[in-house]
Design a protein around this ligand. Sequence first.
Ligand code: P5A
Ligand code: ZN
Length: 467
Amino acid sequence: MSNFSEWFHNILEEAEIIDTRYPIKGMHVWQPQGFKIRKYALKLLRELLDDDHEEVLFPLLIPEDELAKEAIHVKGFEEEVYWITHGGLTPLNKKLALRPTSETAMYPIFKLWVRSHSDLPMKFYQVVNTFRYETKHTRPLIRVREITTFKEAHTIHVNSEGAQNQVNDAIEIYQSFFDQLGIPYIVTRRPDWDKFPGADYTMAFDTILPDGKTLQIGTVHNLGQTFAQTFDITYETADGEHEHVYQTCYGLSDRVIASIIGIHGDSSGLILPPSVAPYQVVIVPVLFKKGAQEVIDFCRQLANKLKKHGMRVHFDDRDLRAGKKYYEWEMRGVPLRLEIGPRDIANNKMVTLRRDTMEKEFLDYHEETIINDINQILTDITGNLKNKAWQKFNENIRPAKSLEEAKELIQNRGIISFNWCGDESCGKEIEEFVQVDILGLQQESQDEKCINCNSPSKTIALLAKTY
Ligand code: P5A
Ligand code: ZN
């Protein structure tokens, strides 16, 4: 995979994930294969959230005056908002924004919903499309102008501690989500100049794509009371006083799908984790003139049996050369292929091919254990994909002791950690020298000196070339 960008565009097309020929820049079409991966990824996410969040659905359009209410927030988004100015031929007397995110759509309504301390906490989420007029180079799934899979959660709490705990809970939810997908990540606090417009602070998840560039794949924001004050969201305390609430919000996007594809794939195409694969198992019959019907019947029965146990199985009985079928299912990333011929049936065996290792093995067929055996292989694939991805990720995070070393090490690849004083102007000097951005702050450091100004270091910070 020498040119990741080219590989990525080709595989989206060849595996029929996304059609990029829609005639608006940054807006694309989900094709059936891509839509299924998206659907199964959302299923995992909903399973995690539905535990203690409620799913809702707010309108796409936001009145201009609501969007403008929170000054810092609107400033952050002013260059990215699409506006609706007309209804048919009639100019609107109030412009309507296509949501770039939904704080200003939801919070005026939250003001009506929140009454008493006993209502809180409240935790909502929605999965919607959002629109951002991005000026940086757009790329399918990675930087789009219509984010079609925007999962945004918004929570409301009685005190600062509640919001703080929710930030930690949200980080745990996202960790568990990315773990199920085998996507490695690092969680850092964004420098203040890079936080979400209107947030007290922003925690971000970043992963590394095969070209060595870092991709932000999720964010968790502690909003404190900023929006509560702007939209006057209050609750009644036990003593009958009215207090402003504390809020958090956190979001994921199509970038999750981009990461699944980019991180696990190889030169033969997609490699999908079983949890999101449209087909987890494909059965390919190996046919000869003699005994063909017996093989077909056996394969069909096996497919039905696996389906009955909840597996997504496809029996490929097309009249095509087996080699052609192998090529296609490998390209589409099906985790496990079973090849079954007349001799295998006679010997109570089948050939298995794992997409992640491309290793062929014989599996003994026993009526009673076959479900467990295949489930075990799928579990092994999930584990192996995750381990391989984390290993590569960890190799790409390296410490630097000097700015020169940082500059040398980064060479546009991976993440560099270093000691930093935390001062903004010093941070800008570092970015200027190394020519990449400070990604985030990882943890407190002690008895160390800032890599740039030599004053006491407060944190370990990360530098990375980002998307
Ligand atoms: C959190 C949810 C928000 O909008 N409001 C509600 C908060 N945060 S965010 O950081 O601005 O966006 C959340 C995540 O969306 C992804 N993202 C994008 N993905 C694809 N194309 C884009 N143009 C784009 N912009 C943001 C990022 O992963 C981000 O973390
Ligand atoms: Zn410094």
